[in-house]
Each structure stands twice: as C-alpha cells, then as structure tokens.
Design a protein around this ligand. Structure first.
Ligand code: SF4
Ligand code: SF4
Length: 407
C-alpha cells in the first residue's frame, strides 16, 4: 500500500516543467510521458482511479533512472523519485512481475542462489569461451563478467593489523564481491595501511536496493532485516561501503522503506549513523605522506547515489587531488547521470546508451587517461560506452591503492 503522505505528493506538482530539461531521459526522448511531470500526472490519475495500471504505464515508469535529478530540481519539493519507486512496487504487487524481475528477486534474496548462478555462468563461459556465445543469462544481460573467485572467498573475514587504531565492518555489496574484487582489495589495503582492522561479515546479503528499485519492496525486506542484524554492532567505529548504491541503501533507503511499510525503522536509523563511504573515512587522514607520484590526468564522474542521494561530492575529488603528479580535470556535467542506473541498460538499452554517449563524450574532451567513479554500475556503463577507448575506468580507491607507497 502507498502511504497517505506519498499519495499527497502528487498534489504538490504545479506543472511548472522545471524538472523536464534536467531529466536525462526526457532530454533524449523528448515526450511528456517520460518526463518527471508526465509521470507524476499519470501516477495521480492512477491514484485517483481515473486510469488503469497498464503495460504501457509500466513501461513508462520503468524508463526512469531513479537518478533523483527531478527531485533536486523541483521548486515544490516533490519527492518524485520516491513516488516512482513506490509505484514500481504497486505495479509489481498488482500485476505479475516479468520473469527477469522475478529471477532477480529470487537470486538476490538468497545467500547461496546468486553464487550458484554465477558459478553456472562461469562454467558456461569457460566451455564456450572460444565461441561468440550469447546464450547465457549474463550474456543477455551484458553484466560485467563475474571474477573467477568472489572477493569474500579471496580474503579472510578478519583483516587485522599489528596495532589497530580502529575497527570497521566492510559491507562489500554484490557488485564489488562478484564483479569488482580489486575494488574490495584496494579498500582493505588502504584501510589496513592506515591502521584499521577490516572485517567482512560472511553472512552479509545484497543491500536489497536492486530489488526495491525493480518494485520488489516486500522481497527486499528479508535482506534489510538480515543486514541490520549483522551490521548494527556497537564494537566498531564505522560500517564502510565502496558502492554508492549500497551506501544510499544503508544510509537512507532502509529507514524510508521500513517507515513506508509500517515497520520499525529505529535499527535502520542507528545503522545509518555509522555508515561511511570509503571517501568519507579517508578524508579524515593525511593521506599525502603515504602516496607516491602518479603522473597523469584523471576525471571524476559523480554517481547519482553518491552526489545527489548522499551529498558526497568533494571527498572523492579531494582524495584524487592528494596524489602527487596526478591532475584532476573536471568534465562538463560531471554530476549528470550516465544512464547506468535502475537497470535501464537492460530494460531500455537504446535509451541508456544514448545517455551514456553524452557522458563519454564529456570524458573524452578532458583528455584524461583515467575516469574515476564510486559506483559499479556507472563504471560498467561508462566502460561499455567507451568501447575500445584506452581510458581506464576505476574506483577512486583503486587509484589511491595504486599510488600507495610500499611499506
Ligand atoms: S518541477 Fe516539480 S512542480 Fe514542477 S512540474 Fe516537475 S514535479 Fe511538478
Ligand atoms: S529520476 Fe531521473 S530519469 Fe527518472 S524522471 Fe527523475 S530525472 Fe528523469
């Protein structure tokens, strides 16, 4: 059920249209139905019972990146992104979810199903590696290839240091664990060097945000409860995340989802107070003395879930500025969405790549050799759209780890 407060959001819209041109999807497709204002008016009609939930409405609603640009630009303070997320759940609960969303729900809610699925995908990939095989589910989805061993299989649960100055829990998220283990190893390496003991709790589950964004808020509840149990510990200094989306989930979305579902949000609010993006933790240290010169040019892309959702913009940039010899060059529209969010590359690949092309054009214009971003889905989207271009796409922590002097 949609809450009374959210239902009333639709009446805040004064139809001014200020949300239209900043919306990356509207900007590309240029029709009212995919604009934030158009979606809000459609949602209003549905809530008032003046129109039916239809496949067409579903398709319009899912042609959205949930990038929060409309929310940030609305003079009436309308929580457009929140409204759209909740309506996705309403749709999935009233209409049957399509099979990819159903499959996603089943994979991400179970600790053993996702690793098993990835194992099957790797086996299929190994068997058919000499062929242009497009038959596997990951091939269809064009996800990054899973690393041969997940991060949490490659590193111990507890990563100690001789005289610890602190202790953190590390929420790796699925993307770092399965697809970008080098990001996780970089987090551990840098934090260990700063004297922090790093613990990767083995029972952690997907943060649940992909489930929620796909309309499966009830399915996401199991993940939320398990993660809250595991990470709400008083004996640690912080819960560190390297993924913008996981960070937004743990800091903001958990409490919002629980409140909207009439559940107790207190544990989620307690956890939110301890969650820190890796760039926020490192901002507390004088990193310069640990770093060797790395000549070159780097540019930084703001993930929507880090910049708009969490207000973290300067910390990652300051980290990159600390590396001697490395020049940080701003791209045009660094905080414009890259088109990689909310499963758009899989649901509407033409729209996602249209938006992605603008982003890589801005990156190329900087003549940087590295583009850094703290979101795995942004890195996947940028990498995909850069194609054969030799620009490296890295997490800022990977750049820092490469610059770290040997002890
Ligand atoms: S900016 Fe806000 S008030 Fe104006 S049209 Fe968009 S949603 Fe409505
Ligand atoms: S969340 Fe982003 S893509 Fe979706 S309507 Fe708002 S601005 Fe457009």
């Amino acid at each position: 059920m949609i809450t009374k407060e959210l239902k009333e959001e639709v009446y805040k819209c004064i139809k001014c249209g200020l949300c239209l041109t900043p919306c990356p999807v509207y900007n590309l497709l240029r029709f009212e139905g995919v604009s934030p204002r158009g979606r809000v008016q459609l949602i209003k009609k549905i809530l008032e019972g003046k129109t039916e939930l239809s496949e067409h409405f579903q398709s319009l609603l899912f042609t959205c990146l949930l990038c929060e640009t409309c929310t940030a630009n609305c003079p009436s303070g309308l929580k457009t992104d929140r409204l759209m997320k909740i309506m996705r759940s309403e749709i999935q609960e009233r209409l049957r979810p399509d099979w990819p969303k159903g499959m996603l729900g089943n994979l991400l809610r179970d600790k053993s199903r996702l690793p098993f699925f990835l194992f099957c995908e790797r086996t299929r990939e190994n068997l058919f590696s000499s062929q242009e095989d497009k038959s596997g589910l990951l091939a269809d989805c064009e996800l990054p290839r899973p690393d041969s061993k997940a991060l949490r299989q490659q590193v111990p649960e507890v990563n100690p240091v001789p005289e610890p100055k602190g202790k953190v829990l590390y929420f790796t998220g699925c993307a770092t664990n399965y697809f970008f283990p080098n990001v996780g190893k970089s987090v551990i390496k840098v934090l260990n060097r700063l004297g922090m003991e790093v613990i990767l709790p083995r029972g952690q589950m997907c943060c649940g945000l992909p489930l929620f964004q796909a309309g499966g808020r009830k399915k996401a509840l199991k993940n939320i409860r398990e993660n809250l149990k595991l990470f709400n510990r008083k004996d640690v200094d912080a819960v560190v995340v390297d993924c913008a989306a996981c960070g937004a989930a743990l800091k903001k979305e958990y409490a919002q989802i629980l409140e909207e579902m009439g559940e107790d949000a207190k544990p989620a609010k307690e956890l939110a107070g301890k969650v820190m993006d890796i760039s926020q933790i490192l901002a507390r240290y004088d990193l310069g003395k640990w770093l060797k010169p790395v000549p070159g040019r780097v540019t930084y892309h703001d993930p929507c879930h880090l910049g708009r959702s969490q207000g973290i913009r300067e910390e990652p940039r300051n980290l990159l500025r600390r590396i001697p010899g490395l020049e940080l060059v701003e791209m045009a529209g660094a905080d414009a969405c890259c088109g990689g969010g909310a499963a758009l590359p899989w649901e509407h690949p033409d729209v996602a790549s249209g938006i992605g092309r603008n982003k890589v054009q801005s990156i190329r214009e900087t003549r940087a050799t590295v583009v850094a971003s703290g979101c795995p889905w942004c890195r996947r989207q940028i990498g995909e759209n850069l194609g054969q271009d030799p620009i490296r796409v890295l997490h800022p922590i990977e750049v820092i780890a490469e610059a770290l002097q040997e002890s």
